[in-house]
Design a protein around this ligand. Sequence first.
Ligand SMILES: O=C(O)CNC(=O)[C@H](CS)NC(=O)CCC(=O)C(=O)O
Length: 289
Amino acid sequence: MSSLDSTQSRIAAQLNAFKVAAIQMASGPKVEGNLSEARRLIAKAAEQGAKLVVLPEFFAIMGMNEQDKVRVCEQPGQGPIQAFLSEMARKHKIWLVGGSIPLAASSPEKVRNSLLVFDETGVQVARYDKIHLFNLTLGNESYNEAQTIEPGDKIVVVDSPFGRIGLAICYDLRFPELFRAMKNVDIIVLPSAFTATTGKVHWEPLVRARAIENLSYVIAAAQGGYHVSGRETHGHSMIVDPWGRIVDELQRGSGVVIADVNPSYQASLRNSLPALSHRTITCSCCEKV
Ligand SMILES: O=C(O)CNC(=O)[C@H](CS)NC(=O)CCC(=O)C(=O)O
């Protein structure tokens, strides 16, 4: 489907506003426990009328160590985490963005950090593998995602009844050229697990900047709280509208953030402020991808 077709089908299908949700968790090392918490929160989001629901990064496993995700990783299309996502989407008749989950990589010591999208019939319609891998050394905190994650190399946009949905994960948020290269998206989904340290200062301005500069909704679903491993994540899951306003937010702990997406409001903002059509500089990065 071309982007024009998608915009037309969106106009035909979604003149009215619809509800979207971001789920916040503080996942632990046990997949089963995380799935039952996700099950409860997805049901809550669906009860409140959400049609598109986004789970956080690695919602099914925040391990005691890096190896834990390798241990529970699944082959594409198989395994309990993917079966769970499909079942939830079908049961609640929602589009479900399966946060991210560990999928098998080409090396057995590594995994892909993969975001899967399921439609309301439970069919997987898209997969995006995190491109930018987090690396931080600050005080006594250190992360090196490249040790266990194999990076993706494809930008993914999904044409959906809700419009064009751009897929990104956590640290990707720091790379605005990724979102530009998506070529006009209506909604950006961003499963995340920002650290408490960087999140305090960087999270909100980065999320709002991506919304403002792309005149897009951003559904940012975060890990937020203290994890069994001792790690602390920033939380502050939020839904930001295309004007950059935070429509709903949850600071810490498990819960659901919910807001309306209003396509006619977005279209009128894009008419009032046609910044997207004023782009004249071609970035060499976008030409490559
Ligand atoms: O590893 C896991 O269990 C879950 N994944 C994560 O926590 C990932 C990789 S370490 N976190 C980030 O990318 C944080 C980025 C961030 O905090 C920033 O850009 O400042």
